[in-house]
Design a protein. Structure first.
Lengths: 262, 262
DNA sequence: ACAAAAGTGTTAAATCTACACCCATGG
DNA sequence: CCATGGGTGTAGATTTAACACTTTTGT
């Protein structure tokens, strides 16, 4: 990636808004999985108590998908992240959260935002969801005035504009596409146990799955390797570790994964 | 719908471009099914030989999804069409097809389009696909300078900008989601035969399906009613007609349709 | 009577479901 | 030696897949 420093922070926007696409923004729902819970990366402004989805505007000469990757990279240090468009939020009256943004501008930058400011124009926003390996993320805020944190998905959370709606729509999409995306490969570390994989699916589906049958089914797809290695330090029988076999996964993907409807 | 007359034609754009969103357009891939073939609605300008996907710009005070419905309505007279976003085409250099558009403008409107014209700015386009009942469509062009026709999906077709890519991506999406969307209900007329339904699936999947097993599976979902009626005038045993039962379909939808992965 | 496609039954194989039971580990 | 999950087998029910045979219709 050809990015040296963040261009998405507020300061950059204030200085030269005209380098950005005039009516399109991006919001990312970054999912992680840690200690049996789904996490989401959220940001907020120092001194304020509302949380937001990490997002940004799109540069005039920037491909929209690249913009999303750029944000992800600036935010987590990760490249080649599993990142998908899921919905364009295009309400006629959708825009930056007026009240919150005005407060932040005044407080942090000493700038008064009147209603005709570039910032207050209509923006449609492209929603992206990302699946990342929690253990590999190195959080770094997009600007000196922001914080970034992992938050539990189940806790209400973002109160900025329509970000809560966006986040839940992302979740809905993932649940919907569960048979078609490599959730496990993207959200778990290289090596993982069958239980971890199963709990991940249980969490996303919101229902318990039969341990025995889950294992059988998942292994039948034949793109997961059983390793000659076990997890140590647990207070019971140490479980076998598994890992995704990319080669085999690609083959299965071509054959249609779970698309085998008829 | 609160629309009286088309606002998407070129003339409207030329007169007052500033009522539109400055960098977002919409392109629709409208699918129909007729005589065992998948059809797509395409438009072209009188006197020119390239075809395009029907599309439009989004009004400043218009929800993006509504804009898509508006186009569909203006084009086909249909409301409440099954219409879904499928991809945002966001290349940095994506815009109106310069050459073709310039020619059309000069020839039909006597206007010279220089490179700095509003029209030549960067536009990202939201791709929508629609599934419509071929027999219900009443084609009406968006402007007096356009023609609209049903074209076979398999024939190369649109040669305007990236419209061919868009069309094929739409198809890919439908194939991908085949187990999750009511293709049959949307693309077939009220009453249809089992063969029609099967051929539809075969067409989309591009492979033959076992007649007996297809019927059994489809009926097992239990949202299709067998009617006391047969198709007449065929040169062989007249087939039973079926129709979708919306009530039952909704129930099945809630239960998860084909999402029953684990 | 024939061709063409509809309508239906059957059987073997594959998969799903729901348990049950033993195993290994740290405390 | 116990509690806690891991690992594996199995029997019965259900679903799939592949055929085959019969029926109906217009020509």
């Amino acid at each position: 990636m050809d990015i040296s420093k963040p261009v998405s922070g507020l300061s950059s926007l204030i200085q030269n808004p005209n380098i950005f696409h005039p009516g399109l923004s991006i919001d990312c729902v970054v999912f992680g999985f840690h200690e049996k819970t789904l996490k989401v990366l959220l940001t907020n402004y120092k001194g304020f108590d509302f949380w937001m989805l990490p997002g940004s505007f799109v540069l005039n000469d920037e491909n929209v998908n690249n913009a999303a990757h750029r944000i992800l990279y600036e935010l987590t240090g990760l490249e080649n992240v599993f990142l998908r468009q899921f919905y364009l939020f295009g309400d006629a009256n959708r825009r930056i959260d007026r009240k919150n943004t005005r407060d932040v501008f005044e407080s942090l930058y000493g700038i008064k935002l009147d209603d005709k400011h570039w910032f207050n124009r209509r923006f449609v926003t492209m929603g992206y969801y990302a699946l990342v390996d929690y253990t590999k993320v190195k959080i770094s805020p997009l600007s000196e005035n922001e914080r970034v944190e992992w938050k539990d998905f189940d806790s209400g959370l973002p109160e900025y504009a329509d970000h809560n709606t966006i986040m839940h729509k992302a979740m809905e999409t993932i649940r919907f596409q569960l048979g078609l995306i490599p959730v496990g490969r993207e959200l778990l570390p290289e090596k993982f146990t069958m239980s971890e994989l199963r709990v991940l699916y249980e969490t996303i589906l919101g229902k318990p799955l039969n341990r025995r049958n889950f294992e059988r089914k998942v292994l039948s797809y034949d793109y997961i390797d059983k390793l000659n290695e076990r997890l140590k330090g647990v207070a019971y029988k140490s479980p076998t570790l598994y890992s995704f076999n990319l080669e085999k996964y690609k083959q299965a993907e071509v054959k249609g994964l779970n698309t085998e409807w008829l």
